[in-house]
Write a protein that binds this ligand. Structure first.
Ligand SMILES: [Zn+2]
Length: 260
């Protein structure tokens, strides 16, 4: 694979296990995936992301945050204070992931809303993009975005692992967000998602693996890793009538603009 296009995987989680992280990242490099955003979301995922970013400062960008599944365990103020302390010792490229999920945690909706809004405000204060998770919470997500002030220019962030329809994609594009597609777009039953993927403008398109979850076809069933983002690019190339090289190029440019 040496000499192939350079890919930017904008969403990967790492456990706090140095040997495993090094092995996964070295395999990514060997597949032409030379830029990765290491994404937090819990105390454990934040530690793993920090370790990956410290081990590969040239290649791995860092996002720290607390995701919706943490929402009921503390107040937003406690989470934000924790992020402030972590950020004193690390250089952040984004806040996240954070957001809303009514599929797994409908009962904590109010707490999710408050935690999401608090991190949107923190990202605005820090002038950083936000990495947003949203599942079965379309309206609630849009409402929080609309109610939370944002003073930035350019893009506000990215909705990662997008699984929505064309209408929801259009609403997110209206709100200065990029849309990132994961291995789910390669799944056999994902026709609706591929329709969404066809209409996202070049300047708003990102790709990711969401490592270690949801490996793309033909790796499905394996533990996912950034090296597999090439399969997401190939699928998007087919959907959008272009080449994987072109998808690699535009998503890399967009990711560099957002995450540095
Ligand atoms: Zn994630």
């Amino acid at each position: 694979m040496i000499g192939c296009e350079i890919y930017f995987d904008t969403h990967a989680h790492f456990e706090d296990s140095p040997a495993e992280t090094v092995a996964v990242i070295e395999r990514a490099f060997a597949s032409g995936v030379t830029r990765i955003v290491a994404v937090g979301g819990s105390a454990g995922l934040n530690a793993g992301a920090l370790a990956a970013a410290r081990a590969y400062p040239e290649n791995v960008r860092l996002a720290l945050g607390f995701d919706r599944d943490q929402a009921a365990s503390a107040t937003p103020e406690v989470f934000v204070e924790t992020l402030r302390q972590l950020a004193e010792h690390a250089s952040l490229a984004a806040v996240g992931e954070t957001g809303m999920d009514f599929h797994y945690h409908p009962e904590t909706g109010d707490a999710q809303r408050a935690l999401f809004a608090a991190q949107l405000r923190l990202a605005d204060e820090w002038r950083l993009p936000v990495i947003i998770h949203t599942r079965e919470a379309d309206e609630a997500t849009l409402r929080v975005l609309d109610e939370t002030p944002w003073r930035g220019v350019g893009l506000r962030g990215v909705v990662h692992c997008f699984t929505g329809d064309k209408a929801f994609a259009a609403h997110l594009l209206d709100r200065q967000l990029a849309i990132s597609f994961s291995g789910i777009v390669t799944f056999r039953n994902a026709d609706m998602l591929r329709e969404s993927a066809a209409l996202v403008p070049d300047g708003r398109l990102l790709i990711e693996t969401d490592t270690p979850f949801l490996a793309p076809v033909p790796m499905r069933g394996q533990r996912n890793e950034p090296a597999f983002v090439t399969h997401v690019a190939e699928c998007l190339a087919t959907v959008r009538g272009t080449t994987a090289e072109r998808i690699a190029e535009i998503t890399r440019q967009n990711a560099r603009q957002m995450f540095g």
